[in-house]
Design a protein around this ligand. Structure first.
Ligand code: GDP
Length: 314
């Protein structure tokens, strides 16, 4: 059976140390993707809506955003920047085919993002390096790039990963360029680099459905909402599905509502397939790490534990 390539989708995660500009960059991408009508106000801290998160200054929960660029959908999943969330990092990275490593042009790579980068390299993802805040008067872009290369070598990057593309960017000004001498008015070079360097999701469209639940959200109207990527096959609204539990148990359920992401919102759809990141409501007892599968072929995707203890780096 042939592998099917979803060239209309790119799934990426952003790895960034706190304050290096992840929120500002995603805001900028959302604005420029044309999703926002002029009368719609973009919350300044769209990615950081959780209070607890704000208090601790680290991103704990994974959020999904989707931006459109020239007919292709770029799903952006947030990664916890911190090593304390080892299991979550791994689950999130398994949903994506590429990562943006976002680094402040003055501060350079920080030790707290090493863990996540290491995981991404181990999973054979090819990073795009984004040097942000190039407008800073104290930027030291060239040294920072050397530091990034050293870090890649130290973390065991392979030859392909070492040939990472670099995008220079000012998220604040909403501009990106492929070399520092270039003039730029927008983030187009960043969008282009994502489309050209991150592989499109691919897999088996005509095989039985499999979707690993990566995140759980909830809402007072529809209850628990399971979020994850469709690894195989298709899913439809109102479909009967099997839920493969973590202990090898299998139960049945029904997909009541199916959503994909559009900007910061969820959008109801009737069907989604391989490569799509979706949200599913109607399964009251659904949990992280369970697989939503075809009832005739209930096969689980191996689970990465939630609380997998990892040693904090200091
Ligand atoms: P996050 O913690 O990675 O989400 O970082 P934020 O997006 O909240 O940005 C942290 C700080 O850096 C804020 O004060 C931003 O205004 C600032 N910032 C973000 N991008 C840029 C940039 O391109 N240039 C400059 N000079 N500051 C930026």
């Amino acid at each position: 059976m042939d592998r099917f390539v979803r060239d209309d989708i790119r799934n990426i995660a952003i790895i960034a140390h706190v304050d290096h500009g992840k929120t500002t960059l995603v805001d900028g991408m959302l604005k420029q993707s044309g999703i926002f009508r002029s009368n719609e106000k973009v919350d300044e801290r769209v990615m950081d809506s959780n209070d607890l998160e704000r208090e601790r200054g680290i991103t704990i929960l994974s959020k999904n955003t989707a931006v459109m660029y020239e007919g292709k959908k770029i799903n952006i999943v947030d990664t916890p920047g911190h090593a304390d969330f080892g299991g979550e990092v791994e689950r999130v990275l398994k949903m994506v085919d590429g990562v943006l490593l976002l680094i402040d042009a003055f501060e350079g790579p920080m030790p707290q993002t090493r863990f996540v980068l290491k995981k991404a390299l181990e999973l054979k993802l090819k990073p795009v390096v984004v040097i942000n805040k190039i407008d800073r008067p104290d930027q030291r872009v060239n040294e920072v790039l050397d530091e990034v290369l050293e870090l890649f070598i130290e973390l065991g990057a392979d030859d392909e990963q070492l040939e990472f593309p670099t995008v220079y960017c000012s998220a604040k000004e909403g501009i990106a360029k492929l070399d520092m001498e270039e003039e730029s008015e927008d983030l187009k070079p960043l969008f282009e680099t994502i489309i050209n360097h991150v592989p499109a999701p691919s897999g088996y469209m005509d095989e039985p459905l499999q979707m690993l639940v990566t995140t759980i959200d909830s809402n007072e109207y529809v209850g628990r909402i399971a979020i994850g990527k469709i690894a195989r096959g298709r899913i439809k609204k109102n479909q009967q599905v099997a839920i493969c539990g973590r202990e090898g148990d299998v139960r049945t359920a029904k997909v009541v509502t199916l959503y994909t992401f559009n900007g910061l919102k969820r959008e109801e759809v009737l069907e989604a397939s391989l490569g799509d990141i979706v949200a599913v409501s109607g399964i009251p007892d659904i949990n992280i790490g369970e697989t939503i599968a075809d009832p005739q072929n209930p096969e689980a995707i191996p689970f990465v534990s939630i609380d997998e203890p990892t040693i904090s780096m200091t």
